[in-house]
Design a protein around this ligand. Structure first.
Ligand SMILES: Nc1nc2c(c(=O)[nH]1)N[C@H]1C(S)=C(S)[C@@H](COP(=O)(O)OP(=O)(O)OC[C@H]3O[C@@H](n4cnc5c(=O)[nH]c(N)nc54)[C@H](O)[C@@H]3O)O[C@H]1N2
Ligand SMILES: Nc1nc2c(c(=O)[nH]1)N[C@H]1C(S)=C(S)[C@@H](COP(=O)(O)OP(=O)(O)OC[C@H]3O[C@@H](n4cnc5c(=O)[nH]c(N)nc54)[C@H](O)[C@@H]3O)O[C@H]1N2
Ligand code: SF4
Ligand SMILES: [Mo]
Length: 723
């Protein structure tokens, strides 16, 4: 007998509602939930493969513990006993910073990843925090922190109402969107064009998104900041700026005008490899559109001028009066956000409050660059990392120079990984704690609801009960908090109770409210509390009564209330940005570089490093090939299908060539997340088609200095045929 259950898809940021078919405890099918108030039935191949991914036989079923150098199955008790016994003495001897924490991407897709890492970090008191953000969107956080006083105040394009979308370095037809949560992003872009709107895509590759656009500008990688500065310049020069309702809420406009004075379309054209006319037209169209939104993602972030680019994206939204207006770029208000406080000056955003020990990288949002993790483990001295806890992370593949990190990890005194797979990183752990299958976990989008193009809220309970011997990830992380705090063996509910008490006190709410909370588990009670304290006064019971979700309406203007800068206004020309602009001036002076540069790409059936073990997702067009333009192939003597040697600052790789005019000249493209041929991992399907690790081309020294984000796009490489 089969049954169905609703489950929000945790596999990408689109958060589609799925209907799972379940036989016994096995998920045998997944389709889009047509009644989902947000995704309305949309599904992609990854969501459709939910059952295969959920049932992957290579998923770990029990904790693993290293004994005499070998990982073997263990009980939860043995695993946590070992952690508790070994971590406290390390903290006591070497101090809290000797314990490093790495939080990977899937933490933003799980309830446990949202609710427990703050308690874990507080219990450890460590500053050695590294996350996927410094391989991804940290420039956006820094830019938002500086502009709006809040690193999490991230405006999202109003996809459903905008007349004009300028999209840079994003390929939502394959990624399904990022920092812009939208079920059926492709459908929403098509609807934009159908209602007469304009889509412009800036990307060195002719992506699937570029193919449905009105206009595609194949920019030279790494030069978006120059393009955007020239757009701002043109708006000023042609008197096209109009702050609209933002007037009175912005300071620094004149300073920005001065700052972009040299960035004329003519001056940037050659570096960007666009014409001055194209740039001027773009600026005029942006200003002329009744509403417009500028939106940039990974290709505008993991680049040399990442923070400047992300800053300029919102400068343009401000200068055209599109920030915070319907059809422009707005700030979502999620059901678990805090109730809006009255408008007024805030505490502002501080950057570089401390520095990394070895290279002196400034912290951003409390984090150090993940590219600096290996050196922080390897280089002896006070504060050297001796123990590492990784949760849902695979930095050996996702960060620069995995070979070095791989070696560094073997030198740790203790390593703990919370991961369902024995991947290229977790295979080094002394203890691996595997969360259960996604079908056995509850789901709530604490993170993505705050980036959604429409305010809404949905919750899924586990679709399949836990078997004996399995532990919910929330309990795993709560027990980890207890183990590192010297409270090993205490009831994990104590962690939730403590957080609930602290939250009530902070909100000035009566203590008695704790007794009113419903929910079967600690995390459910915490969700209930956040909903009750939130802006829509909801409860968990209401969510349970609406299994397809509750529509909370279109995005609304939130300025000035959302601003937390010291001035209480948008600070359009913050000092750290001013201090970084000379770098961009030198790029202007350097002109047109002649080296070949590499960019990444994502495939609809991949997700970073961890879905290559599912047969339906690996293979076909999802391959790890080096895409090269035909002209470059001829010039370099490369042949389609033949192997090439590619070399960067950090190393060299051998990879098959794919000749295609989907990449522009001067640019080659290799996807990330591959390189599954390291010993000690467990993933038979992935290992059979391992691909190569693009990040081995990098040595980790190339960073966006303000955010500590690795330059993963637009870095120089050399390519030659392999004889
Ligand atoms: N060259 C290059 N490098 C890149 C990028 C790029 O574009 N180019 N992209 C970067 C970006 S944007 C990101 S976000 C990072 C991602 O980098 P990471 O976060 O380091 O890596 P992921 O591949 O997302 O895998 C994280 C791990 O989480 C595990 N996992 C999956 N589900 C769960 C779960 O429910 N619980 C737990 N505990 N673990 C789980 C998986 O098994 C996997 O081992 O990679 C970055 N690296
Ligand atoms: N199918 C799939 N979906 C995913 C993921 C996945 O791995 N696979 N990963 C998820 C994660 S962690 C994230 S962060 C999001 C990312 O979501 P997106 O940012 O939409 O994804 P990407 O495909 O990396 O798009 C980046 C684009 O930038 C282009 N680019 C590279 N360099 C430059 C440049 O200098 N300038 C410009 N203008 N463009 C440039 C690349 O060619 C690429 O098309 O996707 C998420 N969704
Ligand atoms: S688009 Fe993302 S959320 Fe939707 S089904 Fe695909 S992987 Fe899941
Ligand atoms: Mo990401």
């Amino acid at each position: 007998m089969s049954r169905t259950a609703l489950r929000i898809c945790p596999l990408c940021e689109a958060t589609c509602g799925l209907t799972l078919t379940i036989e016994g405890t096995r998920v045998t099918g997944a389709r889009g939930d047509r009644d989902d108030i947000f995704s309305q039935g949309f599904i992609c191949p990854k969501g459709a493969s939910f059952g295969e991914l959920d049932g992957d036989p290579d998923r770990l079923r029990t904790p693993l513990v290293r004994r005499n150098g070998e990982l073997g199955e263990a009980s939860w008790e043995e695993a946590f006993d070992l952690i508790a016994a070994r971590i406290r003495p390390l903290i006591e001897s070497y101090g809290p910073n000797a314990v490093g924490v790495v939080l990977g991407n899937p933490n933003v897709h799980t309830v446990a990843g949202a609710l427990y890492p703050p308690a874990l970090l507080a219990a450890l008191g460590t500053r050695s925090l590294f996350t996927a953000s410094t391989l991804d969107q940290m420039p956006k956080h820094v830019s938002s922190g500086l502009l709006f006083g809040d690193a999490f105040a991230i405006p999202v394009p109003d996809l459903d109402r905008t007349d004009h979308l300028l999209l840079l370095g994003a390929n939502p037809l394959d990624s399904n969107g990022s920092l812009c949560t939208a079920g059926d992003f492709p459908g929403r872009l098509k609807a934009l064009r159908k209602r007469g709107g304009t889509l412009t895509v800036v990307d060195p590759r002719r992506t699937r998104t570029a193919k449905i656009a009105d206009r595609h500008l194949a920019i030279r990688p790494g030069t978006d900041a120059l393009l955007l500065a020239a757009l701002a310049h043109t708006l000023f020069e042609e008197k096209l700026t109009d702050l609209g309702a933002l007037e009175g809420h912005v300071e620094g406009v004149e300073e920005v005008r001065d700052a972009v004075r040299d960035f004329t379309p003519e001056a940037v054209a050659s570096a960007c490899d666009l014409t001055a006319d194209e740039i001027r037209t773009l600026a005029r169209d942006l200003a002329a559109a009744p509403t417009a939104a500028v939106y940039g993602r990974v290709g505008s972030s993991t680049v040399e001028y990442g923070t400047l680019t992300n800053w300029l994206v919102d400068v343009l939204n401000v200068l055209t009066g599109n920030l915070d207006r319907p059809g422009g770029a707005l700030f979502p208000l999620s059901a678990t956000d805090r109730k809006p406080r009255p408008a007024g000056p805030g505490r502002g955003f501080a950057l570089g409050r401390w520095k990394s020990r070895v290279s002196g990288h400034p912290e951003a949002k409390g984090e150090l660059p993940t590219a600096a993790l290996a050196e922080e483990i390897e280089v002896p001295g006070d504060g050297q990392i001796r123990a590492l806890i990784t949760v849902a992370a695979n930095p050996v593949l996702s960060a620069p120079d995995g070979d070095r990190l791989d070696r560094a990890l073997t030198g740790l005194d203790l390593m703990v990984s919370v991961d369902p797979y024995l991947n290229e990183t977790s295979c080094h752990a002394d203890v691996v704690l595997p969360p259960p299958r996604p079908s056995q976990s509850a789901h709530f989008d604490f993170a993505f609801n705050t980036f959604a193009v429409h305010n809404q809220v949905r919750y899924s309970r586990p679709a399949v009960p836990l078997e004996d011997g399995r532990m919910d990830e929330s309990e795993i992380l709560a027990r980890l908090v207890l183990a590192v705090s010297g409270m090993h063996g205490a009831d994990p509910d104590a962690v939730d109770t403590m957080v609930i008490e602290q939250t009530l006190a902070k909100a000035g709410a009566p203590k008695e409210m704790a007794a009113e909370l419903t929910g079967r588990t600690g995390p459910e009670r915490r969700l209930d509390l956040m909903l009750r304290l939130g802006p829509y006064d909801l409860t968990l019971d209401q969510l349970l009564d609406h299994p397809h979700g509750i529509d909370l309406g279109p995005l609304q203007p939130r300025i000035p209330q959302i601003l937390k800068t010291r001035s209480g206004r948008i600070e359009l020309f913050p000092a750290p940005i001013a201090a970084d602009l000379p770098r961009l001036h030198s790029a202007l002076a350097a002109g047109r570089p002649d080296s070949l540069v590499l960019v990444g790409r994502r495939h609809l059936r991949s997700n970073n490093s961890w879905m290559h073990n599912v047969p339906t997702l690996n293979g076909g067009s999802n391959t790890c090939t080096l895409q090269v333009h035909p002209d470059d192939a001829t010039r370099l003597g490369l042949t389609d299908g033949a192997p090439a040697r590619i070399k960067g600052e950090g190393g060299a790789l051998e990879v098959p060539v794919e000749v295609t005019d989907a990449v522009r000249t001067g640019v080659v493209s290799l996807p990330h997340g591959w390189g599954h041929d390291r010993p000690g991992t467990r993933g038979a399907v992935a290992a059979a088609r391992p691909g190569v690790n693009v990040n081995q081309l990098l040595d980790g020294s190339l960073l966006d200095p303000l955010s500590g984000t690795s330059v993963l796009n637009g870095f120089p490489v050399e390519v030659a045929p392999l004889s």
